[in-house]
Design a protein around this ligand. Structure first.
Ligand SMILES: Cc1cc2nc3c(=O)[nH]c(=O)nc-3n(C[C@H](O)[C@H](O)[C@H](O)COP(=O)(O)O)c2cc1C
Length: 201
């Protein structure tokens, strides 16, 4: 599917065929494309927890306002990030880069993020947001639908998935075969309300 079409056709779909499952190959294809998403300093700070176990799905649904997509979609991915990826052997993010670029970038990462907790969290959410959109557009291109979700109790879901220290959950992502289309779009703001030239005023 053409990228423009995938963007136009992607909608947050809430109703899924509970009998349909994505194959491991399909999930791997989606995630192999997701990891091509850009991250600051190429730190690849996202972590994707693919929930296969139906019992765990039920537990997450209970922690997610009983939203049916959580158990009915073909796959559920908890999109997380490692807040400290920037200091986890940073050379690994540049191992294939030219030597001069490697030296500069690897040594710049630490000072850029060290002690800046808010920036570390911002970076986590930026990376996860971009990767999530890659996943949603890939799903659409493969003939599936998706629903990004923040309607859940993050502490409870963290316990269920045994979220490691220094990690955060960005969102849940349900992907599957829709049984009912999304409701008509809520309505987009006009461009002149959200686009500015040079300055806000
Ligand atoms: C970060 C994020 C969290 C969301 N959380 C939920 C959710 O918990 N439950 C839900 O039904 N939809 C959720 N949505 C879907 C939005 O309501 C939907 O994207 C928005 O209304 C625009 O509709 P569209 O995606 O079909 O264009 C979420 C979307 C985003 C981006």
């Amino acid at each position: 599917m053409d990228t423009f079409e995938a963007i136009k056709q992607r909608r947050a779909v809430k109703h899924y065929d509970p009998n349909h499952k994505l194959t491991d190959d399909e999930v791997n294809k989606m995630l192999s494309l997701a990891v091509l998403s850009p991250t600051s300093f190429n730190m690849q700070n996202w972590r994707f927890v693919v929930i296969k176990d139906s019992e765990i799905r039920k537990q997450i649904r209970a922690a997610a306002w009983d939203q049916a997509q959580v158990t009915d979609a073909s796959v559920l991915i908890v999109i997380c990030a490692d807040l400290k990826a920037w200091k986890d052997n940073p050379g690994q993010y540049w191992k294939d880069a030219p030597k001069e670029a490697q030296e500069f970038l690897v040594s710049a990462m630490g000072p850029f993020y060290d002690g800046k907790e808010e920036l570390q969290r911002d970076e986590a959410m930026r990376s996860c947001g971009i990767a999530s959109q890659t996943i949603m557009l890939t799903a659409k291109s493969m003939g599936y639908d998706s629903n990004p979700m923040i309607g859940f109790d993050p502490k409870k879901v963290a316990e269920i998935i045994k979220l490691p220290e220094n990690h955060v959950i960005s969102m849940l992502m349900a992907i599957g075969k829709q049984t009912k289309p999304a409701m008509p779009r809520g309505g987009q703001l006009p461009l002149d309300k959200v686009v500015f030239t040079d300055k806000f005023s």
